[in-house]
Design a protein around this ligand. Structure first.
Ligand SMILES: Cc1cc2nc3c(=O)[nH]c(=O)nc-3n(C[C@H](O)[C@H](O)[C@H](O)COP(=O)(O)OP(=O)(O)OC[C@H]3O[C@@H](n4cnc5c(N)ncnc54)[C@H](O)[C@@H]3O)c2cc1C
Length: 463
């Protein structure tokens, strides 16, 4: 696909739509905007724009469409697969100036926001009003628009589901600049094909989201965390299906290995309550009824002890829970601080998580490369990291590719899927296409073509 380059005349038109302060030319674009948090690709856009309103986004897309210039939407760039990287140059459209919480509708338990609102500030704002917005991905500085576009999951998915479960309505600017609205502040909806569900998780390839209506729930009054040390990661992971089988519903179940944990405590400079065991499970429970909650965590604790857990530590103060979850949230950053790495976030049936993790250990020996794991054990979503350490570039590329090929093949054999929450974007296209086969790839291309016949919106991603 060939595109037009951004000319001085285009920049003048962009400055008329916005103002010169919100249009940044190539030579002034910070290096941060040439990549995301992990994918190996690094490409500078030709110009970066920061709209504040839907009308401005629409005018930018009309110009891009008329001039055949590619546009890449971007939130805070915390994605891990290259989705927010302007692979074909053109316009990088930052949504971070669209940062208004438009409405919190307490009667309908819904909120309307612009896409650039930061997850953490939104979650805190609704908590203060006695509500909860449950999706809880590890990176709280992401935008809500980015969360919707990647269908972000996170640490409460076992009980509360993922971002898709909370999207009630969207305002979308299409690649030609037209504006549509989907959904409404309603609880039920059987109204034709769901364009909204197509948009969620489409990684900025079908339209630009300019407003989001999100469902809220009442804030549970009590929460506690169990920190459970085990003799081995296998024992820890093998316990997870038994916890699920015990007919209790923890809010989240996470696993981590000792050296990843130590890397995180070093990175944060914080004392963790216990670091002597080779592996840990973290379980959270929340609810309003103290007795009910106690019953649930006692059942879970007993299952862990029956499966050779050293002990079960209960964190029931905010301070202790914060230390544990801050450390969990820092695992990726901590690994990144010690080595260049690549990741795989396959999702497998949750009774096969233990087998998958064991397989990653076999791959360490087979390929002679360090592999580290942590992740959302309760929903079958692994985060497997290959570590470059001091391998030379060519050896790293070869070994990493061989490990990734094996990991995705194993997930396929287990009837799992390529991505649980980080998306496909650029980095995982090859594996998506292998997984779903030519018929589904063609259906996806047909959908892309219907929304974006000239392929100007986030080209090079997903299909
Ligand atoms: C330390 C760390 C921990 C993480 N933990 C988790 C986790 O637990 N769960 C999880 O799901 N993810 C996790 N992530 C990944 C990342 O935070 C999510 O993918 C997040 O949803 C991205 O949001 P963003 O604002 O950074 O989007 P970006 O990275 O800027 O963009 C992501 C994609 O969305 C598109 N996009 C963004 N905004 C819009 C818009 N308004 N309209 C159209 N397209 C748009 C972009 O084009 C791109 O394809 C983690 C990342 C890091 C660095």
């Amino acid at each position: 696909m060939s595109y037009n380059q951004v000319t001085e005349a285009d920049i003048e038109r962009l400055e008329e739509i916005l103002d010169s302060k919100r249009v940044t030319k190539r030579e002034n674009i910070n290096e941060d905007y040439s990549h995301d948090e992990l994918a190996e690709v690094k490409v500078y856009p030709e110009v970066m724009v920061e709209p504040e309103t839907t009308a401005e986004v629409s005018a930018i897309m009309k110009l891009a469409s008329e001039r055949n210039i590619p546009v890449t939407p971007r939130g805070t760039g915390t994605g891990l697969c290259g989705g927010a990287v302007a692979m074909e140059g053109g316009i990088l459209l930052l949504t971070t100036a669209m940062d208004q919480v438009i409405e919190i509708d307490e009667e309908n338990l819904m909120a309307k926001v612009q896409p650039g609102v930061i997850l953490l500030s939104f979650a805190e704002q609704v908590n203060d009003l006695g509500f909860m917005y449950p999706p809880d991905p590890g990176e709280k500085s992401a935008t809500l628009g980015g969360n919707v576009m990647t269908n972000a999951g996170g640490m409460k998915a076992v009980k509360y589901g993922v971002t898709r479960d909370y999207v009630q309505g969207l305002e979308i600017v299409l690649p030609n600049g037209e504006i549509i609205e989907t959904g409404a502040k309603v609880v039920k909806n059987s109204t034709g094909y769901s364009i909204q569900d197509l948009m969620i998780g489409s990684e900025g390839t079908l339209g630009i989201i300019t407003e989001i209506t999100l469902k809220l729930i009442p804030l549970p009054q009590k929460q506690l965390t169990l920190l459970v040390p085990f003799d081995s990661l296998d024992e820890a992971i093998d316990t997870v299906p038994e916890i699920i089988n015990a007919k209790i519903v923890p809010t989240g179940i996470e696993f981590m290995e000792k050296d990843v944990l130590i890397a995180a405590t070093d990175y944060l400079g914080k004392e963790f309550p216990e670091t002597s065991a080779p592996a840990y499970l973290l379980l959270t429970f929340d609810g309003n009824d103290k007795e009910e909650l106690e019953k649930e965590y006692e059942v879970a604790a007993q299952v862990c002890l029956d499966n050779n857990a050293y002990d079960v530590y209960i964190a029931n103060t905010d301070e202790r829970q914060d230390i544990i979850w801050d450390t969990r949230g820092a695992l990726l950053e901590a690994l990144k601080a010690v080595s260049h790495l690549d990741e795989c976030d396959v999702v497998v049936p949750r009774n096969l998580v233990a087998e998958f993790v064991k397989y990653t250990h076999q791959l360490e020996d087979k390929h002679g490369i360090k592999i580290r794991n942590f992740g959302h054990a309760g929903d079958g979503n692994l985060h497997v990291y290959t570590m470059k350490e001091d391998l030379d570039e060519q050896t790293w590329q070869e070994k990493n590719k061989a490990v990734m090929d094996d990991l995705y093949a194993k997930a396929r054999e287990m009837r799992g899927l390529v991505s649980g929450e980080h998306g496909i974007a650029y980095a995982k296209k090859e594996y998506l296409h292998q997984d779903i086969g030519p018929l589904q790839v063609e259906l996806m291309r047909g959908i892309k073509n219907t929304f974006d016949p000239n392929n100007i919106l986030n080209p090079g991603k997903v299909v």
